[in-house]
Write a protein that binds this ligand. Structure first.
Ligand SMILES: NC(=O)c1ccc[n+]([C@@H]2O[C@H](COP(=O)([O-])OP(=O)(O)OC[C@H]3O[C@@H](n4cnc5c(N)ncnc54)[C@H](O)[C@@H]3O)[C@@H](O)[C@H]2O)c1
Length: 321
């Protein structure tokens, strides 16, 4: 990688993409972001292009002018997946096809953002070559994982044709800048509730576990995926610090110093038919360590302290203080 490398980050106005853009700038890259929605979180010295990855001509023109492509643009989140699966699938597949076709034509390395969702109901800890297990198609929550899976196959297919491509599977990334969705983003949801003194809503019994990855760690691992050793590989990006959601709620209450109550809400009252909870989500991280030479550095409590501070500062800014 030279000092003058040019990187294109699709979805770079979003949560993880904006941190990847910052990381690339810090490493001396010129960075262009292609995103259909450019709102808050503008990173200075990044060039922003407002447009869609579903626009093949635009994608081709941008890919041709860059050395590397970080393809993060996607519709995601449980709510989107459950309420608009067709739009999600069309957007994500079309965008990925456009990126891979253009990158293949011009010989540009691609890092593709996949998800721990692809492991479905498999048996944790999840290793990259494990068998995968999903529920029936009528349970729409599996549509997002299935789309990501097809996109992974596309990446590997273009890899067979000589394209240098790496698939990274993120495990529950959190940190400053993450949006709170009505059905997703458990960390921002709990922090907002805790800071507002409102009930902290835990879905189900709260014994489902997750491994939360601090966004700076995820961004660094993503940029390291440019290494040739990672070409044609699929790599989990996550930590092995596993925590039940109830314990997460308690930790956030502690970190914020909040007097909020923690309340449990049955899944059926929150999600329409078609949702299935994943009881445990834990990555194997050996490949990330060996191929990317990276292990996450930010323990959960430390990451939460930084994230809470960001929400406090942001709320103050929003209130014009
Ligand atoms: N946040 C996580 O924990 C997590 C976990 C697993 C995988 N991922 C993957 O990482 C990537 C980034 O996720 P995020 O959490 O930053 O989400 P995000 O919603 O903050 O960012 C996604 C960005 O993609 C943009 N986008 C969507 N469709 C587009 C299109 N057609 N053209 C251009 N831009 C488009 C959105 O405007 C948004 O800015 C996604 O591919 C997601 O599937 C995220």
């Amino acid at each position: 990688m030279t000092k003058t490398s040019k990187s294109l980050v699709t979805g770079g106005a979003g949560f993880i993409g904006s941190h990847v853009a910052r990381r690339l700038l810090a490493e001396g890259h010129e960075v262009t972001v292609l995103d259909s929605h450019i709102g808050h979180g503008i990173v200075p010295n990044v060039r922003y292009v407002k447009g869609s990855v579903t626009d093949g001509a635009l994608v081709e023109q941008l890919v041709a002018g860059h050395d590397y492509v970080f393809h993060l643009a996607a519709r995601l989140g449980v709510k989107t997946t459950m309420s608009a699966p067709a739009e999600m699938i069309e957007n994500n597949l079309q965008g990925t096809m456009n990126v891979l076709q253009a990158a293949s034509k011009y010989g540009k390395k691609v890092v593709f953002a996949s998800s721990s969702e692809v492991y479905g109901k498999g048996k944790p800890p999840f290793a990259e070559d494990d068998d995968l297990l999903y529920g029936p198609t009528r349970k729409l929550r599996w549509s997002y994982a299935t789309a990501k899976l097809v996109e992974e196959f596309l990446c590997l297919g273009y890899g067979r044709k000589g394209l240098p491509v790496t698939v990274v599977r993120y495990f529950n990334v959190y940190g400053p800048g993450q949006k709170e969705g009505p059905y997703g983003g458990v960390v921002p949801k709990f922090i907002r509730a805790a800071l507002a003194g409102e009930d902290i809503p835990v879905y189900g019994r709260g014994d489902q576990t997750r491994c939360f990855t601090y966004v700076d760690d995820a961004a660094e691992a993503t940029v390291r995926a440019l290494r040739p050793e990672a070409d044609q590989e699929i790599i989990n990006i996550g930590t092995d610090e596993e925590i039940p959601i109830m314990a997460l709620a308690r930790r956030i209450k502690l970190v914020t110093g909040s007097a909020s109550n923690i309340v449990t809400i049955p899944h059926e009252t929150v999600y329409p038919y078609g949702f299935e909870e994943i009881p445990r989500r834990l990555p194997r991280t050996a490949k990330m360590k060996s191929l990317l030479g990276f292990a996450p550095r930010t323990a959960l409590t430390e990451g939460l302290v930084r994230t809470v501070q960001w929400y406090r500062d942001n709320d103050r800014r929003a209130q014009g203080e």
